[in-house]
Design a protein around this ligand. Structure first.
Ligand SMILES: CC(C)(COP(=O)(O)OP(=O)(O)OC[C@H]1O[C@@H](n2cnc3c(N)ncnc32)[C@H](O)[C@@H]1OP(=O)(O)O)[C@@H](O)C(=O)NCCC(=O)NCCS
Length: 128
């Protein structure tokens, strides 16, 4: 199936740690769904996992070819973890409208993270 968009993003874990330290409730509620907050857990790698999900949102915007100014909310693009551990993208709201408008029918997502950085790659596919 044709690829209609690809985006990558690299997020510094220290940036997420800073936001978590300064405005924890506002940052978590504004940027992440409840599922994403749960998947990040409360262990040592929490900030890494949140950074990876943050990167996924930015990478998906790049794949869409748009920006946050287009009325898209942070939680319109969310990462869900399958029982295998594989992450999948869930796109709703304004982001889903834009995706439908350019024929996107399927998303592919891959994440990686270390204590320093988190990276996401997003590919958007259409049916034809
Ligand atoms: C998937 C795997 C390659 C991750 O590699 P890693 O170097 O440990 O970690 P990375 O930082 O590069 O990647 C972590 C991300 O990989 C993704 N991931 C995990 N399992 C995955 C899978 N089955 N398929 C695709 N992506 C997967 C997740 O998004 C994870 O981030 P998250 O935990 O924040 O959601 C590794 O965990 C692996 O080989 N898993 C195979 C299954 C496995 O070993 N299960 C253990 C139970 S027996």
């Amino acid at each position: 199936m044709p690829i209609v968009g690809h985006g990558v993003d690299l997020t510094e874990v220290s940036r997420v740690e800073r936001l978590l330290g300064e405005h924890p409730d506002r940052f978590l509620e504004r940027c992440f769904t409840e599922m994403e907050r749960d998947d990040a857990g409360d262990g040592a790698r929490r900030a890494e996992r949140l950074a990876a999900r943050f990167a996924a949102k930015e990478a998906a915007l790049k794949a869409l070819g748009t920006g946050w100014s287009d009325g898209i909310g942070w939680t319109d693009i969310a990462v869900r973890r399958l029982h295998t551990g594989r992450p999948v993208l869930e796109v709703t709201g304004r982001a889903a409208e834009i995706a439908a408008g350019i024929g996107i029918t399927r998303w592919h997502l891959s994440l990686t993270h270390t204590s320093g950085h988190a990276m996401a790659s997003v590919i958007a596919e259409s049916d034809g």
